[in-house]
Each structure stands twice: as C-alpha cells, then as structure tokens.
Design a protein around this ligand. Structure first.
Ligand code: F3S
Length: 391
C-alpha cells in the first residue's frame, strides 16, 4: 500500500497519532487498500455503555487521558442515556458510566451530537470522503448524497478520527458502487412499507448494489428504506433513480443487469393491537416525524393516548419545539427522549415496556435482540387513529 512521505514522518514522530495511523495502515493492508484517503468527517458509533461495557469505557479513558485527539470533525451516535438527565428509570451506576464515556469522547474533540442522523445537519458533497460507523447514516449519505463511506466498526472510526485517514477500499472505490441488479418497485410506499422493502430487497440480493426504480420518494421514505436496507444488507449503498445526484452516470456504467420486481403483496403487514407502547425514532425522528404526530393528535382534539408514544430524537430537533408544545405532547402521553436510542439503552425496561409497535424495520430487528423487547410493525398515524377511535 502506498504511504505518503508526510504519513511516514508522522509514523516516526510516535504518540497516539502514529499509533492510530499504524492501525489504519494495518487494516488497509488487510483489506487490500491501495492508499489512504483524507477524511472530511467521522461519525463514531458504539458509544453506549450497554454495548461497549467496562472494556470500552476503560479503553476510552486510557486513550483520552494519554493524549489522543481527533484530527477531523467528529460526531457521535446516541448513547445509553439522555446526557445530563439523572432522573431516568435507569440505575445511577449506569448513568454515571455512560456520562464518563461521553466525557472521554468530548475530551478527544468529538462534537456531542448524540444522534444517528447526522445527515439531517451535515450535507456532504458528492464524492467527499467520510468515515461513519452508523449503518443507517452510512447508507443515507452513500445513496442520497453520493458521498463516500464504508461501513466501519465503531472502534475503528475512533482510530480514523485520530489519524484523519481511512484506507481506500470497498465503497471508497467508484467501480464498487456500480449497481448490478435493477429493482423495480410496483407498490405505493408508506414508511412501514419502505422499511419492509429494504428487508425484502436485501434478502433477494447477495450483497450486490441495487438500482432502485421507484418514483415518489420523500425524505421520510428514504430514511426508512435505507435504515432497514443497511440493517439487512452487507453493502450500505443503493443507487436510487432520481435521488442519487449521479444515478444516470451509474446506470450508464452497468454492463449486465438482472431485473427483479417487488410488488405490494411482498410488503404487507397487519396493524397490531396488543402492545405496551408506540415507538418512533429509529433512526432518530426529524421535525416532519414530530409534526406528523402533532397533526394526528390535533385531528382528535389532543386527546390523551391510552398507551404512551415514545419518540427518540436529537437534542437539535427537540430544541426547535416550544416548551408549551412539549408539555402538550406529554399531556397527550407522548414523550420525547433525546441523545439516546431505546435499542442501546435500558430505558424501555426501566419504564416497564415489554412490547412496542413501531414503523421502523430496524427497531423490529434490534429491539428483541438487544434489549429483549418485542416489536411489531405499525403506521404511527394509523395506530394513533386506532387508539383514539377505540374509545
Ligand atoms: Fe438510531 Fe438506535 Fe435506530 S442508533 S438507527 S435509533 S438502532
């Protein structure tokens, strides 16, 4: 692998930068990269105490107190708790350890966005280089912005943030981004069906990049589709007609294609009625998601839902809502939680929630596996209607 004279000089200087660079080079050699690329941004995943435990905490303590610092703009994924909130139904020991982890990341220079949707706030240029560790966000900027990132493991994103470089391999190479299968979607999507579509397509392919032929995307559908697709597929990129700024160029590079069609029959689901709570916000809810809930409640005179609706979102989105609106939502049994993700937090357990209905295919995959909560598909608007019409 080619190493520049500047990188050779940094390696000779020693310290954490040299160690991180050495790790990045070793990984690059293992994946047969030809050279290193300068990175514009890093997004670190795996920051919850629930998933990284004491080993992860001690590692971050060691490197941050040893002087490791991030060389590029770095954001972080949701943690296991709301930052600074000690009044959660979670043990104090867990909250303290989680806060320690966050503080070590801050000390190294991370911007504590604590959200899995950094793409709501960063608009990467086509062809720009990033090193992100959160699969839904990776699939989003690869597919929607045609920015370049591979699916990188959380601890490796920390090394990349310190080194400021990533090996050029996989989806960092243009020819690996060319679609191999055309997927025609013959259905009308809503967020639940968009999520199911991601799972169905990933299940039909063997890791090839698909070209998706469907008109009628909006931001919510893209988010739901790509989060699910990246959960079930090893390749976090789909070239989407009319969405990827270079979709015509990619299409012209296709030499031999298979064609598959997905129709409505493959995207059926039944609205559930037995669940402890409704959940939305995997990936983190944006303003449109919150406003859709407000609208659905307004339609029924803001009556209180029988079962709680949990909304996980970023602190930025919450800061756009007035305290009056947040109170009004709480009175209607709707709760916003920020900085965290119920899949990597003991919060649902602490609230006594054992089953949820959610539009998110990604949450349906992870909730039973990570926190032992049963999850079933539902359209939030339909569930709200159903709850309020029941009475
Ligand atoms: Fe985000 Fe957690 Fe879902 S990190 S994408 S809310 S699993």
């Amino acid at each position: 692998m080619y190493i520049s004279s500047e990188d050779e000089r940094l390696l000779r200087e020693g310290g954490y930068l040299a160690k991180a660079l050495e790790t990045v080079i070793k990984v690059g050699e293992a994946v047969k990269a030809d050279r290193l690329l300068d990175v514009d941004t890093v997004h670190v995943s795996g920051v919850s105490y629930l998933t990284i435990g004491d080993a992860g905490l001690e590692y971050l303590r060691d490197i941050s107190s040893g002087g490791a610092r991030f060389r590029v703009f770095t954001t972080v994924n949701p943690a296991g708790v709301e930052y600074g909130n000690m009044n959660l139904p979670i043990s104090e020991a867990f909250i303290r350890r989680q806060m320690e982890i966050i503080d070590y990341l801050r000390k190294m220079g991370a911007s504590l966005w604590l959200t899995c949707t950094p793409y709501e706030f960063i608009k990467p240029q086509p062809g720009s280089i990033h090193a992100w560790g959160e699969s839904n966000a990776i699939a989003y900027i690869n597919s929607v912005n045609d920015a370049y990132t591979e699916k990188l493991p959380g601890p490796f994103t920390i090394m990349v943030a310190i080194a400021g470089k990533v090996p050029r391999f996989g989806l960092y190479v243009e020819e690996n981004r060319v679609p191999k299968v055309i997927v025609r979607v013959d259905a009308r999507l809503n967020p639940v069906k968009a999520g199911l579509l991601g799972r169905v397509i990933a299940g039909k392919l063997r890791g090839e990049v698909p070209f998706i032929d469907y008109d009628g995307w909006d931001r919510q559908l893209l988010k739901a589709f790509l989060a699910s697709y990246a959960t079930y597929s090893p390749v976090p990129l789909a070239i989407i007609k009319g969405v990827n700024p270079n979709w015509r160029k990619y299409l012209s590079m296709v030499d031999k294609t298979d064609l598959i069609t997905i129709d409505d029959g493959e995207l059926r689901y039944e609205q559930p009625s037995e669940y402890d709570a409704l959940f939305i916000g995997c990936p983190h809810a944006n303003l449109d998601d919150v406003m859709a809930i407000v609208k659905a409640l307004e339609k029924h005179g803001y009556r209180r839902l029988t079962r709680p609706l949990i909304v996980s979102t970023s602190r930025f989105i919450k800061s756009l809502l007035s305290p009056e609106l947040i109170n009004k939502l709480q009175e209607a049994n709707v709760y916003l939680i920020t900085d965290t993700c119920p899949m990597v937090s003991p919060i649902l357990k602490g609230l006594g929630i054992r089953s949820v209905a959610t539009p998110s295919s990604k949450a349906i995959f992870y909730l039973p596996r990570l926190v032992n909560v049963n999850a079933m598909p539902c359209s939030i608007e339909e569930c709200i209607e159903h709850e309020l019409n029941e009475r």
